[in-house]
Each structure stands twice: as C-alpha cells, then as structure tokens.
Design a protein around this ligand. Sequence first.
Ligand SMILES: Nc1ncnc2c1ncn2[C@@H]1O[C@H](COP(=O)(O)OP(=O)(O)OP(=O)(O)O)[C@@H](O)[C@H]1O
Ligand SMILES: [Mg+2]
Length: 356
Amino acid sequence: MSYIRLVNVTKRFGNVTAVDNLNLEIGKGECFSMLGPSGCGKTTTLRMVAGFEDLSDGEVWVGDRLLSSPKKHHYTPPENRNFGMVFQAFAVWPHMSVYENVAFPLRLRKLPAAEIEQRTKDALTATNLLKSANESPASLSGGGKQRVALARALAINPDVMLLDEPLSSLDPHLREEMRFEIKDLQRKYGFSIIYVTHDQSEAMALSDRILVMKLGVMQQIDSPLDVYNNPANKFVFSFIGVSSFTDVVWQSGAACIKGDNRPLPQGLVVPARMQGEAVFNLASRPTEIRFTNENDINAVRGVVMRKAFLGEIIDYLVKIGDQEVRVQIGRRDPGPETGEVCYLHFLRPFWYKVDE
Ligand SMILES: Nc1ncnc2c1ncn2[C@@H]1O[C@H](COP(=O)(O)OP(=O)(O)OP(=O)(O)O)[C@@H](O)[C@H]1O
Ligand SMILES: [Mg+2]
C-alpha cells in the first residue's frame, strides 16, 4: 500500500538535472533506502520530500495529501508535513540541555505543557537518554549526540523519518549498533523511513527496498536481495557489492578472454546478443567463482598472481590472458598458491556490452 508518492519528480539547478523524472511509492512503515554515487541526487530528493527544496516539476504526496506541486501552485511548508529529520552533521543545539533539545520543537508547535513533557520523556527513554536529560549534548559522545538528534525527530511523532547519512560520523561499531536501534524504534513507532547512505551494508541491513540512482535517474527499485542477485543493468551490478569485469573477444568464431587463445569452456555459454560485439564483458562477483579442476566443463584456466588472507576470506587475483579476475573463498576452503596454474568455475556469470 503506497503512502509516500513521488510522481515525475524533477529538480533542475541551472543546467544540472539533479533529479530526473523520479517515480516511486513507499509504504506505511516501510524502510526505503536510496543508494548511488556522490552527486546522484539523493539529498536533493530527500530535501524535496521534506519541503526544503522546491520541485522543478512533478508532485509529492503523502497518503491523500498533496504536499508539493509546482503545476498546481501547491506547497506545504516543512513544519506542516510532520516529518522527522536527521542529517549527517549532528545538528544539536549545544547551549540547550539534552531535554530542551528534544522539547524545543514541541514548544514551537505550541503543544500543551503536559504533552510536551510526556513526549520528550518517551523519546528520551526510547533512545536511552533519560539519564543524560540535564546534561549538555556537548558532553556526549558522537553516538550520544546522534541519539539526541533521533530523539528530537521522534518526539514530534513523525509519519515519516528522513535520514540523510545519519550515522556516517560514527565509528563502525557504534554505527552497527545504532542501525539496529533505528530499526527497533521504527517497529515500535511505525513510521516510514527514507534513508540515504553511502554504506551498502547499512542499506542492506535496514531496508525493505532500495532505490539505486545514477545522475538523477532511477536505475532499480527492489528488495536488497534482488538488487544484489538480479541487478537491472551493468551500473547496478558494478555499484552494488564487489565485482570483476573481464574483457572477452571473438577469435575465429570462438569467445576467448582477451589475451588468451583458449576458447571459453562449453559450460560458459555466451548469450547471443554478444555475437556482434568486438569486445564484451564477462562480469562476476568474487564470491561466485570457485576453483575447480581441469576436466570440469566449466573450467577456465588462469594463473594465481596474488593470494591475500583477509581474515574470514582469502582473496585471489587470477590472471587469464591479459585480464585479472578476483576470486574470494572461505579461509578454510582449499585453494592454489601464488604462481600456480588454476581453473575457475564462474558460478553466476553476467554478460555486458562494454558501453551499456
Ligand atoms: N543548491 C544547489 N545548487 C546547485 N546545484 C546543486 C545544489 N544542490 C545540489 N546540486 C547539484 O545536484 C546534484 C545532486 O546533488 P545531491 O546533493 O542531491 O547529491 P547526493 O546524491 O546527495 O550526493 P552525496 O552522496 O555526495 O551527498 C549534484 O550535481 C549537485 O552538485
Ligand atoms: Mg547527499
């Protein structure tokens, strides 16, 4: 059931189209993440939903309320949208106590004193801050300050939480802890989340669905697993997770890895749409390649250039012709040594044209 709706949303800054005709629907209580390289339009999208940025075109809806529409000359200001917001820099007010930081937006809304107290205490309890209520946020750790920002957003009892890299200034351990806290708060309060992050594992862990953007244009909207397993295109494949691209060429009618004169094995079937391509890519994830033996119908011969032990996994660089392929296996799995000839089985090959 759709709750937040973006219809043909477009934002231009001069000649730059920061967001290009974006259509999406987010459900009530859904956690929705936006991923994409720097400058692809994530913050701009979030700011348009929040009401801090005008739209050049399109409409933003929540439920049956129209929030923004330049064509209809309609615009609901941020304070009437009931959205909680947490941005990357902890925008906490250092001259106010933790308690006042949370209560202040409620005072601005002129809520009755008893309700302000109740909501502030609830939000401080939910974020584990009640004991620090009278302290200055300046005395808190990064995670503590981030909690204050979260508590302040929670206290207004938002319909939607807009989170723009809210955890990026925290250390990895704290970040992991906070992401589960956000999820717990969502379960408890039932708000929808639109989450922007550079951290893919964060997006995977938190989200019901992920939007992948490139230069303002939607590339794919899917569950984390589907974005990973069934990427819509070459960009999504290379952007999400770790990937290896190998150039393949045709030699006397047989597909060979560039610089190698052995045809690809029988088990590795090149799709027909690559027939006319002088060079094309065999793409794979390092964890979806296995070492095999010479007699396997999937075996592609290579030489181990580098073997690195990375803790849980062993990371290999294997040279085939003049191409290099990354392979990752479990630390307990048997594998060849540097300098040895090896045979690779591409378990899940993807095929892409060079310029697609
Ligand atoms: N106020 C502005 N004036 C002019 N151009 C802007 C403005 N805000 C954003 N842009 C441009 O819009 C595009 C999208 O920017 P945006 O900040 O939305 O990217 P982002 O995906 O959030 O990037 P990052 O991951 O670095 O935060 C960029 O090309 C940016 O330079
Ligand atoms: Mg941004």
